[in-house]
Design a protein around this ligand. Structure first.
Ligand code: FEO
Ligand code: CA
Ligand code: CA
Length: 633
């Protein structure tokens, strides 16, 4: 039975380990070292190696930037491929067909493409078994079809839709390494045509009803699944990001209302081109289908027959990830970013408290609660590393101007058009909020602001946590509530790092903050993850041209930071043309799993096979130490 289906008991607690790892209790927060205490060493201190001597958290030396078509790691580390796009999930299932002639039905039972965010769920009764839920964000037509272009038939669209969504797989530790378990009964695909329930305040609203579903509660599919979250009650959250890109219109005179425009609807689909062969994605035929996507979806990985649930109480926007925390009095907190230039950062607080003793009691916890959006104040007085304060503003119908007079007839409309409600209350337009993570040590919340070429235009003022015009490098923002409670309305913020290129730009702003050096420079921070020891892992989705503003930065990479000292060291460099995204750890932290997405997106890679003419394939990679120690220590 599913944890997520009403009125049905579950044996979940008997088979999973409900870890509170990464989950911040009020007690931990109250006793924590307070915000902004660490400080950052100067560039000269970094250059002289003072930090290496001081940092006890980072147990490896920063590696050089690289442009090789492989995984590059510090000495003493090794990697292996856990699973790759197209690998059959079931015993005897259809094998990956590198010709591109594989069918849609084959893809529906194979590992999806372009893996992104992922979470590991340990079995309580066996330390050598775990499930992983892994997002499959999109696909690369260059490699999906023999012709390498946009889909030209309903069958080809169906195949593309089958590459996206989520893959749930079992993994087992055999010898000293973790391996994918083909044929496990837990292995599952959820894709763009999987039945999904809509729940929460917006479920059933007229804007969510279609010809195929007059109830407005039974959606079909999840797609463009970017990053993720893991709840304390053992479920997986997958976040629908660039859903609008999958829609188009067959009507050359199609016009869009303000809400459709705000979410990016355009008549001419981008190269994704689903609407020409699947009328569900044709806005001239099914305009409300657009409103049924852009949500956070909850999945019970331990029940392969469960129906995933879209949680409308968390608001509709281009969701990047969902970071869980807990208020001082026991309510669930979900921090979320909306990845678009000039969009916002949100926080949801559940109405009810988390029941840590009885996981199934939390099955509908995310259906009731309050959504907030962040306003960041101050920050202009310290150009090197701005800091300031801020406020969470409630997005509840009838409050703060979010009302009928401003075009919102109900709370359902506030949630469906969350972006517009956030604009009404004066939230701060950010430099593309990507991942948000919560420190297990002191409760500080970190958010990657990946880049924003339009900062300084389009009503997006330069300043505060978005300090650079035409920001091509990105920065990492962090904040902490003043009383250490995630339920509080006010917080203090600073920029943990301002990325830049000190070999091209001699000083701030484009040389980056003091903790950026020629040895660790990177651009476009995106994924992040904290390990149990409090190391902050930073994954990039940046410009890998290795030229101009990005000279010397090489391929996309993974770095590791000491949050207290501010030191950042480069830990891994990915293969040619990839994005590094998605991170999780084995329970003993001796294996780090990281995602290599779209290697060779523009050609030039044969990762991971590394054979002449091999087709590059997105993969999850397992990294461990040759001496069996903790990764990063
Ligand atoms: Fe899918 Fe914003 O990254
Ligand atoms: Ca991302
Ligand atoms: Ca990105």
């Amino acid at each position: 039975m599913s944890l997520l289906e009403e009125n049905q008991p579950t044996d979940l607690e008997q088979i999973i380990g409900l870890s509170r790892r990464g989950f911040i209790s009020a007690g931990a927060l109250c006793g924590a070292a307070m915000f902004l205490g660490g400080g950052l060493l100067s560039r000269s201190a970094l250059a002289t190696g003072v930090m290496n001597a001081n940092s006890t958290l980072l147990g490896f030396d920063s590696i050089s930037a690289a442009t090789a078509d492989t995984i590059t790691l510090p000495p003493g580390y090794r990697s292996s491929v856990l699973i790759s796009w197209g690998q059959p999930l079931q015993t005897g299932g259809p094998a990956f067909d590198p010709s591109g002639n594989g069918t849609a039905s084959a893809q529906e039972v194979q590992f999806g493409d372009n893996n992104d965010g992922m979470s590991l769920f340990a079995f309580a009764d066996d330390p050598n078994r775990a499930l992983m839920a892994i997002n499959n964000e999109y696909t690369n037509y260059r490699y999906l079809y023999p012709h390498g272009g946009s889909p030209a038939s309903a069958q080809e669209v169906h195949k593309a839709q089958a590459t996206e969504g989520v893959s749930v797989i079992e993994i087992q530790r055999k010898g000293d390494g973790w391996q994918f378990v083909q044929g496990s009964p837990f292995n599952r695909r959820i894709h763009a045509n999987t039945p999904i329930r809509l729940s929460g305040p917006a479920a059933g609203h007229a804007l969510l009803r279609t010809q195929a579903d007059s109830s407005g509660t039974r959606a079909l599919g999840t797609f463009q699944n970017c990053a993720n979250g893991k709840t304390p009650w053992g479920t997986y959250l997958t976040c629908e990001e660039n859903f609008t890109d999958c829609f188009g219109s067959s009507d050359p005179k199609q016009t869009f209302d303000a809400a459709q425009k705000r979410y990016g609807a355009v008549g001419a689909s981008k190269e994704i081109n689903w609407h020409q062969h699947d009328p569900r994605f044709d806005l001239a035929v099914n305009p409300n289908e657009l409103n049924r996507h852009g949500w956070v979806v909850e999945i019970d990985p331990f029940d392969p027959l469960s129906t995933p649930v879209k949680r409308t109480a968390l608001g509709r926007f281009k969701h990047e990830n969902a970071a869980l925390a807990e208020t001082g009095d026991g309510h669930a907190v979900v921090y979320m970013g909306d990845d678009e230039r000039g969009e916002f950062i949100y926080k949801f607080i559940s109405r009810d408290k988390i029941n840590h003793q009885n996981p199934k009691a939390n099955r509908d916890l995310l259906d009731h609660g309050t959504l907030y959006v962040a306003r960041f104040d101050g920050g202009d007085s310290n150009p090197d590393r701005p800091k300031g304060h801020g406020q969470w503003i409630e997005l509840t119908h009838g409050k703060n101007g979010v009302d009928t007079g401003n075009g919102f007839a109900s709370q359902a409309e506030v949630l469906i058009h969350a972006r517009m409600a956030a604009s009404v209350v004066g939230a701060t337009r950010m430099d593309r909020p990507e991942w948000i993570v919560v420190s297990p040590k002191d409760g500080q919340v970190y958010c990657t602001l990946t880049n924003n070429a339009k900062r300084g235009e389009d009503g997006q003022p330069v300043g505060g946590p978005n300090p650079r015009e035409k920001n091509v490098y990105g920065q990492i923002l962090r904040w902490k509530t003043r009383n250490g409670d995630h339920g509080a309305d006010t917080f203090d913020w600073d920029l943990f790092v301002v990325a830049g290129n000190p070999t091209v730009h001699a000083s701030q702003p484009k040389g980056g903050s003091a903790n950026i050096t020629p040895q660790n420079m990177f651009n476009s921070p995106d994924g992040m993850g904290f390990d149990d020891a409090g190391r902050l892992w930073i994954l990039t989705d940046g410009d890998y041209s290795n030229a101009g503003d990005f000279a010397g930065m090489g391929n996309n990479q993974m770095l590791c930071a000491d949050p207290a000292s501010g030191e950042i060291r480069r830990f891994m460099v990915g293969p040619v043309g990839c994005e590094v995204t998605g991170i999780s750890f084995s329970p003993d932290h001796k294996t780090l799993f990281v995602g290599i997405q779209h290697p060779g997106e523009n050609g030039g890679s044969t990762f991971p096979e590394n054979q002449p003419n091999a087709k590059p394939r997105s993969s999850v990679v397992a990294i461990s130490r040759e001496d069996g120690g903790i990764v990063g220590a």
